[in-house]
Design a protein around this ligand. Structure first.
Ligand code: G1P
Ligand code: ZN
Length: 544
């Protein structure tokens, strides 16, 4: 087999963000752009005898082209065994599972998650390590460093592989396995949840549901598991066919982008339960008849009821949440006497805690929930966990949520995003906040007294690595918080995220609309950051 060495020019913008390298498709289509980054990954990895690589993506535009390029560069860099989802498709959690199940060295996941797809939209690539989780920062920094001075890459001169036919293909000593993207994942789910019980309540119509796959990767997974295996009536999974441009929508499961589903759940035709997932299948949104469950509450409720699912019946070792996620799960952990960790935003920070069995469950306010079954957040897993809880408790979602609040109090929560803000303005806002936090502690603003104001920094309890500048926190004496951070996944300008949280112990106040309950904090947030004033915007781009 001929291996060609291709001369190339380094690009200066290949720094991975919160979750891999994400850029416009047009950027990835520049000469050697993808090849450079893939070579930078392989050249940065330590020598290993393990030559197995998992590859798959969410099916967005450029997925297939990228898969072919990656295979050829990987062959040239010594990989001999490939596990690839049919059609180049794998959900992110399924890819994580395959890396673990087949003891691969790692995997390349092609996705820009919830960002739109298509020739003029976004593409992304992410390397996951042998534990199945996203490469930690020491890796991604090394990839970036290498990419800045790359001069050449290696590529095998072989024909494109057949991505469509299940089974094994050989190219000399290279073994390529095209697998069904759903099979292994469905088996894993069946090992964690009570599928017999779920089949009984779902196929009999006792528990009605709707799942919106948003024309993204969870279509095939949800159709197989919810309809074929668990017996939900055909049509329970909507927008089930993955499309390269997600039908022109944002495949982002939140109240803004899964609007139709949200409207259904607040109408008289609402089924008992509804959920949606994102482009690559790792996010989830949970809804019940007439109720939206915030991801922070969902994590807390799953933790409080974990023993109801067979895979977690013997107990959980601890929980973790990203810093901006509400403190609802902390209250459950305290009551259950479990360790609770606060990590920076991004799933990669949970990996060490999961590997060391310090935690079993973890989650983020950004519609991400997961456990030690893989090393990614997992949309359908969260959906099945909820269904398992609903089936066992035989109560509506709204009752489970309100009773949870009665027991633990409610962390009223919401996030305001200002997207595509001029980068200089956004950086100026953060600098100005950094100045202010030096003197904020102890100051009073109406009913709120500031207890602390700082910039979050995290020391990993396992490897002691330090991650700085992970968001500005303003904490109030009553437990309320305002957090400011800049997104690390956007591809246009900067996105300022403002996270607002207010603790309410009094059950008579739990029915409040979050925007009303948080009105004072929303005003204060603007007072501190002045994003409206500086950008001329009148409201956030997205409220979730
Ligand atoms: C966003 C979310 C974060 C999540 C990441 C990947 O990152 O806020 O919780 O882990 O997407 O799905 P951000 O754009 O805020 O950096
Ligand atoms: Zn995602």
């Amino acid at each position: 087999m001929q291996i060609n060495t291709i001369q190339t020019q380094a690009y200066s913008d290949q720094k991975p963000g919160t979750s891999g390298l994400r850029k416009k498709v047009k950027v990835f289509q520049q000469a050697h752009y993808l090849a450079n980054f893939v070579q930078a990954i392989f050249s940065s990895l330590e020598e290993s005898d393990n030559k197995t690589l998992v590859i798959g993506g969410d099916g967005r535009y450029f997925n297939r082209t990228a898969t072919q390029i990656i295979v050829k560069i990987a062959i040239a860099n010594g990989f001999t065994d490939f596990i690839i989802g049919q059609g180049g498709l794998l959900s992110t959690p399924a890819a994580s599972h395959l890396i673990r199940k087949y003891n691969a060295l790692g995997g390349l996941i092609l996705s820009a998650s919830h960002n739109p797809g298509g020739p003029d939209e976004d593409f992304g690539i992410k390397y996951n390590i042998s534990n199945g989780g996203p490469a930690p920062e020491q890796y991604t920094n090394a990839f970036y460093d290498y990419s800045k001075s790359i001069t050449e890459y290696q590529i095998a001169d072989v024909a494109d592989i057949d991505l469509n036919t299940l089974g094994e293909q050989q190219i000399e000593n290279i073994n390529i396995r095209i697998i069904d993207p759903v099979d292994d994942y469905a088996d894993l789910m069946a090992s964690l949840f009570d599928f017999d019980l779920l089949k009984r309540v779902i196929s009999s119509g006792k528990l009605s549901l709707r799942f919106d796959a948003m024309h993204a990767i969870t279509g095939p997974y949800a159709s197989r598991i919810l309809e074929d295996i668990l017996g939900a009536p055909e049509g329970s999974v909507i927008n089930a066919t993955p499309l390269e441009d997600f039908g022109g929508h944002h495949p982002d499961p939140n109240l803004a982008h899964a609007k139709e589903l949200a409207e259904l759940m607040f109408s008289s035709d609402a089924p008992d339960f509804a959920a949606a997932s994102d482009g690559d299948g790792d996010r989830n949104m949970i809804l019940g008849n007439n109720i939206f469950v915030t991801p922070s509450d969902s994590l807390a409720i799953i933790a409080a009821n974990a023993q109801l699912a067979p895979g977690y019946a013997s107990g959980i070792s601890g929980v973790a949440r990203s810093m901006p996620t509400s403190q609802a799960v902390d209250r459950v952990a305290k009551a259950m006497n479990l360790p609770c960790f606060e990590t920076p935003t991004g799933w990669k920070f949970f990996g060490n805690l999961l590997d060391a069995d310090k935690i079993t469950l973890c989650g983020e306010e950004s519609f991400g929930t997961g456990s030690n079954h893989v090393r990614e957040k997992d949309g359908l897993w969260a959906v099945l966990f909820w269904l398992n809880i609903l089936a066992k408790k035989a109560q509506p979602v709204s009752q489970i949520v309100t009773e949870h609040w009665q027991q633990y109090g409610r962390d009223i929560y919401c996030r305001h995003d200002y997207e595509a803000v001029d980068s200089d303005i956004a950086n100026g806002i953060m600098d100005h906040l950094r100045e202010q936090i030096k003197t904020l502690a102890g100051q009073e603003f109406g009913q709120y007294t500031i207890q602390y104001a700082d910039e979050f920094s995290y020391t990993d309890p396992i490897d002691n690595s330090i991650s700085k500048q992970q968001g500005i926190r303003i904490g109030f004496a009553d437990g309320s918080r305002i957090i400011f951070r800049l997104s690390g996944t956007g591809t246009v300008g900067a996105t300022l995220r403002i996270y607002l949280e207010k603790y309410e112990a009094d059950a008579t106040q739990h029915k409040q609309d979050p925007q009303d309950a948080l009105a004072e904090l929303i005003k204060l947030a603007e007072q501190f950051c002045q994003v409206k004033k500086l950008t001329g915007r009148v409201e956030p781009t997205v409220i979730t």
